[in-house]
Every structure is written in C-alpha cells, then in structure tokens.
Write a protein that binds this ligand. Structure first.
Ligand code: ADP
Length: 465
C-alpha cells in the first residue's frame, strides 16, 4: 500500500507530545512490513535549526529528509507561518493565526502528492492540525481531480480535548464552499471546529486505545464530539500505540548513567543514584523515588496531585517532576520545593535527556491522568522497571494492571494518596517488588502489533466508497 502520514509533529524532527512518537514510529513499522510510506509535516524553524537531521532544501517551500530505510519526509516550509520559535503558540497562548498555518499545511500536503506523483491509497491524518486534509479532499478542488479519486483517509484522534476551534469569520479564508460550514460539517456552536471536520469527512476514524475509543462516545469524555462520534461508531476504532524500542530501551539507552536489562538490573541502581544527584536529594538506595514526566495540566492529574502533594511530601519518599504547563501548577510545585527541598525536585522544561534519566532512575512512575487517550509514559516506565501508578482510564486502563503497577479507580486526591501509600508498602517487600518489576519489564508494547492493526484499518478505509 502507498501511505501518506500527515502530522504536525514527528520524532525526531519536532515533538511536544505522544503524537510525535506515533507519527515517527508508525511509518517505520509500516515500511518494515512492506508498505511504501511518506511523511508530511510543517518545516518549523526549530526543525531546520536542529543539528544532524540531514534535511535538504528541494526548492522554495519544500525540504526533505529520510527516516527508517527509505521513508521520505517532506517539510512544508513557509517563513511566516512556520519560522517561529514554537510549534503552536507562545507564553501568551496559541498563535492567533493557527487556522491559516494549518489549513495552509493541509492544502499543501494534498498539492504535494500531485506534484510528486505520489498516488496514495491512504492518507493518514492526526489531530486537528491535519484534520482539514479529509475535508479538502471532499471539496470540489480535489474531488473533481481524478488523481485524488481513489485516495482514502484515516483520521487518528490523539486527544479529543484539542479541537482547533476558530471564529466563523475565518471561514472564507479556508476556500471551502459555505456548505462545509453546516451542522453536519465543520460548524460547532457557530465556530469552525477542525477536529469535527476530520471526524465527519474521514473514511475511518480511530483513537489510540480501545477504552478511549469507547469513552469519547460519552458526555464525560467526548468534549462535545460524543454525538457525532456516536453517529460514526461503525467507523470508529481503537488501536493502542506501540513504543519505539530503538529509543526506549534501558539496554541501549545512551542518555542514562548505566545501561541495564531485565536479566541484569545492576545498572538501575546507578541510574537512581545519578538521578538523586541531579535532584540534589540525599543519595539513598532504599528510599522510594517517584518520577513524573508530563505536561503540567489538569488532564494529567495535576489537580488531584496539587491537592495531595503537601501530604505526599510528608511521606518517606523522593519525587522528581519534569514538565511544563499551566502557570498555576508551576507555582504550586515551586512552593512545595521551597517547603520540602530534600523531597521534591522540579524541572520546568522540556528535556529529552532528563526524561530518559527519570524513567530509568525512578522506582515509581506517577501518571494519575484524569483522562488519557493512550499515554506513553506508563509504557516507557514499565520497560525501565519503574512501576507505573495510574488512574484507571483510557490507555492507562488498557496497559497497566495490578501485576505490573498500581491502579486507582476513583478520581480523587485521597485515592491517589492511598495508592501511593500502598505502593510504598509494597516497595518495602523487595521480593514482591522485584516480581512486579520483572513482569512490567517483560510487557511487550512494540509497534509491530499495532502497525498490523493499522494496516487492517487502512484495508477497511479502502473498501469505503
Ligand atoms: P501527551 O498527552 O503529552 O502526548 P503521552 O504520554 O502520550 O502524553 O506522551 C508524552 C511524551 O512526551 C512521552 O514520550 C514523554 O516522555 C514526553 N514528555 C512529556 N513531557 C516531557 C518533558 N517535559 N521533557 C521531555 N519529554 C517529555
């Protein structure tokens, strides 16, 4: 099959979250199983500034690189739209012209296919930033062109909380007929909703875990999309993300103080010592160290964590938090560092190397997300023998159970603390802990299985007329 992967962030070029991991790893897994894949993403300034990526400028507005064996990555360049310091916005919020930036990206993606003669079977789009691709494909500009006739679209929702909402006044800029601004199209409470466009106009839709694909059809998790998803339930599926073990494997990881594996755990103690030093914690073997690598957002459980953090800091533990997000949570966590400097260490930044060190050096990985489409942190931590402690939701419910971690089922600070206490108690019985570690490290979340399911999904899309 000929497949186009269209995403706003792709590892190793640009990343703010799990989408980038998926958009980088899935093409490689598909290539391995014999499919022809190209990737299209915006050519952000940060991408061009990165060293060692071997990006070549083809012409004005287009650059390329190669990933996997021979997967061509196309970067849609545009100085004004993508020559900025960040992907989506700055401290003041989202860039106000994001609709211009990403509708441009979507149209250019489709044009590029014709320019390069890539007659795709499947265009696989991700999240609201590329959701207008299936919309444009159904507009007369492309639907009247035989080149695009057989192309089918798959739309993956990585997080339904981000929908790309814009004022109706922006609609004429999109170059779409007004009929596309109907209740059965892009319109949502008199605004443009890009994600809704992806849901309505794609041939097949999926989310990144089975549980989340069911949750988003409910009012509690659907963020207003539950009705339209219910209508499209026959075409809605769930496929849990894989993990790229060429990046996430303690036996190969160049970022960590000492490599280790399930067979030889000695290096993990060195990683813990290294992390304790980085955090300026007392270097002690037997104090449980809790790691967090996350956006500091309510979605990630920071509301209950903020509520319980003071009580948690009085337990016998150490805790390191890496991430950025809402100023409110920055402030709360900073005040805790002042109060308990030997217990909590805060790193308000995006830092890939430190993330690896936290996964490797911690004993427990805390991920109490209120909702979690799939989540990668819990899968990564398991591979590093760091037991995940999670709220039972979405992908967390599908990947963690009592044999590989700690799960709580009622979303509250009290339940979170109770579960932390339970984990600390189990930590004291080293035999039990080792067994859990071993089971967690042996869990296999490799992409091969998930890629197989995506191919089945593509087959389903191809059957749609
Ligand atoms: P999200 O909802 O943010 O996409 P996921 O769990 O799916 O959450 O993926 C998050 C990814 O981003 C993981 O690979 C995690 O290690 C990484 N990550 C998150 N925050 C940071 C950070 N501050 N520094 C480095 N990596 C981070």
């Amino acid at each position: 099959m000929k497949i186009v992967m269209c995403a706003s962030e792709v590892v190793p070029f640009a990343k703010t979250g799990g989408l980038a991991d998926v958009a980088g790893a899935l093409p490689a897994a598909l290539e391995k199983s014999g499919h022809e894949v190209i990737v299209v993403m915006p050519g952000y300034k940060t991408v061009h500034a990165k060293q060692g990526l071997s990006i070549k400028r083809v012409r004005d507005g287009l650059s390329t690189a190669t990933i996997g064996k021979a997967i061509k990555v196309y970067f849609i360049d545009h100085d004004f739209y993508f020559g900025r310091d960040a992907l989506y916005g700055d401290k003041t919020g989202d860039y106000i012209d994001n609709i211009d930036r990403f509708s441009y990206f979507c149209r250019r993606t489709l044009d590029l296919l014709k320019e390069t003669g890539f007659q795709a079977d499947i265009i696989h789009c991700h999240d609201w930033q590329s959701a207008l691709v299936p919309v444009y494909l159904k507009s007369t500009t492309y639907s009247n062109d035989p080149f695009y006739k057989a192309m089918r679209t798959v739309f993956t929702i990585h997080n339904i909380g981000y929908q790309g909402l814009f004022s109706k006044d922006e609609f004429p800029k999109l170059g779409l007929a007004w009929s596309f601004f109907g209740v059965d199209a892009l319109e949502y409470y008199d605004q443009i909703n890009c994600l809704k466009g992806g849901i309505v106009f794609s041939d097949v839709i999926n989310t990144v875990s089975d549980t989340y694909s069911k949750e988003i059809r409910t009012k509690e998790f659907g963020f207003g999309m539950e009705g339209i998803l219910e209508q499209r339930r026959e075409s809605l599926f769930g496929i849990v993300n894989g993990l790229d073990y060429s990046i996430w494997d303690p036996a190969l990881d160049g970022f960590i103080a000492s490599k280790f594996s399930c067979q030889d755990l000695a290096g993990k103690a060195a990683c813990k010592e290294d992390l304790q030093k980085i955090c300026r914690f007392p270097v002690k073997k037997d104090i449980p160290l809790i790691g967090v690598v996350s956006r500091l957002a309510q979605q990630k459980g920071f509301d209950i964590l903020a509520e319980g953090i003071d009580r948690m800091c009085r337990m016998s533990l150490q805790m390191v938090i890496l991430g950025t997000g809402d100023a409110k949570y920055h402030d709360i966590m900073e005040s805790m560092v002042k109060k308990y400097p030997k217990v909590i260490s805060l790193h308000l930044k995006f830092d890939d190397a430190l993330a690896h060190k936290i996964y490797a050096g911690s004993d427990i990985f805390l991920m109490p997300s209120r909702y979690e489409p799939c989540g990668l942190g819990q899968m990564i931590s398991m591979k590093y023998g760091t037991l995940p402690l999670v709220f039972k939701t979405g992908g967390l419910a599908d990947t963690v159970d009592a044999s590989t971690g700690f799960v709580f089922a009622k979303y509250s600070a009290d339940e979170l603390l109770k579960t932390v206490k339970k984990a600390l108690a189990v930590y004291q019985t080293q035999d039990k802990w080792k067994k859990l570690m071993e089971k967690a490290m042996r869990r296999d979340f490799s992409w091969a299985e998930s890629a197989k399911k995506y191919v089945q999904l593509y087959e389903k899309a191809r059957k749609k007329i």
